[in-house]
Write a protein that binds this ligand. Structure first.
Ligand code: NAD
Ligand code: GLY
Length: 374
């Protein structure tokens, strides 16, 4: 498990997500994008729509289109503006404009080619266009390969809260071509590492050991290390989603660090902090809260903080309000989807390798925010 050769970067591997008639494969490997065989098992249709953005489109859209030639009579592309700030109704409508403008029918297959923003919006468009059309996730960021492309959460943001409008809607396939990560900026690679790290404390402490041993290789873009991180992350996520697709309980553990992180993203203005950066410092804050509630000890908090820092992520929280910072965090976190009747539910570690959902006294949360944002 500790060896970088845990997976061969060249040989595609498949992780299955078991959801009855909505089950699908997650294929992980290299040289997948250009290979027509990658796409040979997709639903037949007259048309396909590749949804991408102004950064990813010029890099990969033509290659995907070439690989799909012969399978679909018409292959259209819509290029969205790039960034979390564009994860909105207005941008979503560009996808519907393209679908309707090209006369696409209800069998049209959508391809989400990009990071989590493109993936979440394409999934939501697929869920609602003509009440549902098939879609394929082709994630090109580490974050999207290890998390957002898997499990069927789709959404757009609202100015008052992150991912507040959306649907559960599963893709019919996820294709993680590790080669696409070669063009990813270092800051985005680090952001993706946050979502890999989270799987350790909530489910697999052996993964945390492996990450500590391989963090430099991951940051250097080593394909074997990245392949293993993507595969292990997808296995853990598939296992959790297979038990609780619609987050009636267990699935919420995947949000470790996200309650604080989403507050930072919304409070700073979407796009100022990357999602993974919010999750990085959010995990440190959630670990401190876990420690104050008896779930973990200080050496564990220090260990997680060190790994977050080594991944190139912030370990301190953002200052969202100069006069009452903790109050602002509490205000934003009450809008979180996990809140019940105004009570914030945190994903906390108890003990390492296991997560629980629970509330915490405001005074304790204030203490943690003040300590972590000092
Ligand atoms: P992103 O989609 O904004 O991508 C990050 C940046 O990298 C963008 O500028 C993008 O254009 C660029 N990029 C993408 N692939 C590239 C490549 N191969 N080479 C060069 N540049 C590339 O951000 P993200 O981190 O991928 O995703 C974050 C989003 O995912 C957030 O909106 C978050 O809410 C969502 N999310 C969803 C889930 C879920 O379960 N649905 C889970 C986690 C996060
Ligand atoms: N990223 C959290 C989830 O998919 O549930």
């Amino acid at each position: 498990m500790h060896a970088l050769s845990a997976t061969s970067a060249a040989a595609p591997q498949t992780v299955s997500i078991s959801l009855g008639d909505r089950s699908y494969p997650i294929v992980i490997g290299t040289q997948l994008l250009d290979n027509p065989a990658t796409w040979a098992d997709l639903p037949r249709a007259a048309a396909a729509l590749i949804v991408t953005n102004t950064t990813v489109g010029p890099l990969y859209a033509q290659r995907l289109q070439a690989a799909l030639q012969g399978r679909y009579a018409a292959i259209h592309t819509v290029v969205l503006p790039d960034g979390e700030a564009f994860k909105t109704w207005e941008t979503l409508n560009l996808i519907f404009d393209a679908l309707l403008g090209h006369g696409c029918d209800r069998k049209t297959v959508l391809f989400a080619l990009g990071g989590g923003v493109v993936g979440d919006m394409t999934g939501f468009a697929a869920a609602s266009y003509m009440r549902g059309v098939p879609f394929v996730q082709v994630p090109t960021t580490l974050l999207a390969q290890v998390d957002s492309s898997v499990g069927g959460k789709t959404a757009i943001n609202h100015p008052l809260g992150k991912n507040m409008v959306g649907a559960f809607y599963q893709p019919c396939k996820v294709v993680c071509d590790l080669d696409t990560l070669a063009t990813l900026p270092a800051r985005e690679l680090s952001a993706g590492l946050a979502e890999v790290i989270k799987y350790g404390p909530i489910a697999d402490m052996a993964l945390l050991d492996w990450l500590e041993a391989n963090i430099d290789a991951l940051r250097a873009g080593d394909p074997a290390a990245l392949g293993y991180a993507v595969k292990r992350s997808c296995e853990i996520k598939a296992h959790v989603v297979g038990q609780d697709e619609r987050e009636s309980g267990l699935r919420a553990i995947l949000n470790f660090g996200h309650t604080f992180g989403h507050a930072i993203e919304a409070g700073m203005g979407y796009g100022a902090w990357l999602h993974g950066e919010g999750v990085g410092s959010g995990m440190v804050m959630a670990a401190h809260l876990s420690q104050r509630l008896g779930g973990v000890d200080m050496p564990f908090v220090a260990r997680l903080t060190r790994l977050v820092q080594q991944a190139g992520l912030p370990t301190r929280g953002a200052v969202l309000d100069a006069t009452d910072n903790a109050g602002r965090y509490l205000q934003l976190m009450r809008v979180d989807k996990k809140s019940e009747a105004g009570e914030i539910k945190f994903v906390l570690i108890q003990p390492p390798g296991n997560a629980v959902m629970r509330g915490a006294p405001d005074a304790l949360v204030r203490e943690v925010v003040d300590y972590c944002c000092a």
